[in-house]
Design a protein around this ligand. Sequence first.
Ligand code: VAH
Length: 317
Amino acid sequence: MERILITGSGGQLGTVLRKALIDKYGTERVVATDIRPRTDEFGSIDLLNAVDRNGLENLIKEQSITQIYHLAAILSASGEADPVRTWDINLKSWLNVLEAARKYKVEKVFFPSSIAVFGASANKVDTSQTEYLDPLTVYGISKAAGEQWGNYYFSKFGVDVRSIRYPGVIGHESLPGGGTTDYAVEIYHKAINNEAYTCYLSKNTALPMIYMADAIRATLELMDAPKEKIKTRTSYNINGLSFTPEEITRSIKKWYPNFTVEYQPDFRQKIAENWPSSIDDTQAQRDWNWSPHYQLDDVSNEMIAELRKKQNLLKEV
Ligand code: VAH
């Protein structure tokens, strides 16, 4: 019987992945945890600090966990405030998960990597799976190292580790938490409130992005793929779409013609300039048949419709 552990269940991706896993496996089979516990209409999110090895191992043993989705991490922008703490949290927690998976024979482990693993030496356009990785954020370094640890535990101990290099994720279900791509969510919240947006990236800064529904589907499709299809045990590039702040603004203006954005680049501009502007995901297409469904106007259409629904619900309260 499948028993699913998800760490970081309260984060931008974790919030939505938790619900997708509950839909797939049922509430009783999903153990959702986070550093900030809470209860909602989907059940409880229990306290777990993934850096606490004993706490993690006891939970995996007692709950007979068969799959782990390890989403707990400090992201690229907020991670720069305290590099050593970011490294500690991101790597200690991941090594705890790998060791526990090895010791208790967890069947599958998911590691969320990121396009943040690429740095100055990578091709910016259609960045390939095999580019040299010289990340310039602690978050990116921790993800590049985490990919190697995943490959090591697969090769040496046979732990079935699977991983995706997520682009910037855009969704209406949750707020982003300290990433460099957060602007692509914030901008929609401003637009539906008829407020101007001050963007912390310059208008021509293209970045790879993915709509939340595509990101969740990619995760589940990778984890469901037959083991023999998985040829990469570090992490898979996946592509959703790519756009600049100017292009997303142009898309939003189709719904909000008077929407305005001003550009005030901050420290996140330098982070973004060392990331790809678009991603080549040929290997994910070939190995497990990946393909995105959402392009920019589809994202705007759904983000605006869903955020408006929430806005109307709040007005009724
Ligand atoms: C970040 N949203 O900005 C994350 C993501 C590709 C970016 O890893 O840090």
